[in-house]
Design a protein around this ligand. Structure first.
Ligand code: SF4
Length: 279
């Protein structure tokens, strides 16, 4: 398949990726406990993308990212810098809610990473704001925590795209800590200056003459039968414990064994305009 080039082609491809994600059962526990996949929403041709951690209860119910209290704070901070939600693209590292709002497991982050990479490739933002530790460590490919790197812009190549990465505290953490809100607001007010910079030079991508095998492999992998996510392999990159104290108190960890995977087509609601119409 030809690489989508125009904004309309990229948007149509994004819809296809959404269709694949909404039937995804790669993480058996998440697939069996979610209400629906929360793929992301916003402008499919946005210059600015926000990447959070994972859907919470409200997001899981509504199918949209950042619709609870943290979302309201995000909207408020956006308005303070003259932006609104529909002008940016918002998504999460995980597209499904971890039960009880527990931290994402490393295997789940790895399993879901391909969707995020495709979103980055297709939306083509110039600036990516990571919200909190999980997104920051994943997209920086470095274990440095958000406390050390927030508010510092840097150019990073993520997948096939070079972007200006600008880590921020997660709004949910700022809800409970006035000092953190102060820092988040100050960092947020730095976004326009980052957006005003020119787009970073893109790495040279050599397109093969033959149909690209990786594309087919990627689609096959996502369409594959239910599979357990791989066991944690990179604890240094994603350290859930480093979020301790930054996030609302988590309920007791799940102890039950993995429930059986659902029948994907029977469990998934059909996508409606409230989802597809938003990107
Ligand atoms: S890989 Fe992503 S979309 Fe698929 S089940 Fe896991 S969290 Fe959900």
């Amino acid at each position: 398949m030809a690489t989508p080039v125009t904004p309309q082609e990229r948007r149509e491809e994004l819809k296809l990726v959404y269709e694949q994600a909404r039937a995804c059962v790669r993480c058996r526990e998440l697939a069996s406990t979610r209400t629906q996949v929360v793929f992301g929403a916003g402008n499919a041709d946005a210059d600015l993308m926000f990447v959070g951690e994972a859907p919470g209860a409200n997001e899981d119910r509504m199918g949209l990212p950042f619709v609870g209290q943290a979302g309201k704070l995000l909207d408020q901070l956006l308005s303070e810098i003259g932006l609104e939600r529909r002008s940016v693209f918002i998504c999460n590292v995980l597209k499904c809610r971890p039960p009880g709002n527990r931290d994402p497991h490393p295997g789940e982050i790895e399993a879901c990473r391909e969707y995020l990479m495709r979103q980055l490739e297709l939306v083509q933002p110039r600036v990516v704001c990571t919200l909190g530790n999980f997104a920051t460590k994943l997209l920086r490919g470095d274990p440095a925590g958000i406390t050390r790197v927030h508010g510092r812009e840097e150019v990073r190549v993520i997948g096939r795209r070079a972007v200006r990465l600008y880590p921020l505290y997660h709004p949910a953490a700022a809800l409970y800590t006035p000092r953190m809100l102060e820092i988040l607001r100050a960092d947020f007010h730095g976004i326009p200056a980052v957006l005003a910079k020119p787009a970073p030079p893109q790495p040279e991508i050599v397109e093969p003459d033959e149909p690209e095998p990786q594309e087919a492999d990627w689609r096959d992998a996502l369409a594959a039968a239910p599979a357990e996510p791989p066991p944690p392999t990179e604890p240094a990159v994603v350290q859930p414990s480093l979020l301790a104290g930054l996030e609302p108190p988590a309920p007791p960890p799940e102890t039950a064994a993995d429930p059986p995977a659902p029948e994907p087509e029977a469990e998934q609601p059909r996508p409606g305009p409230e989802q597809l119409g938003l990107f």
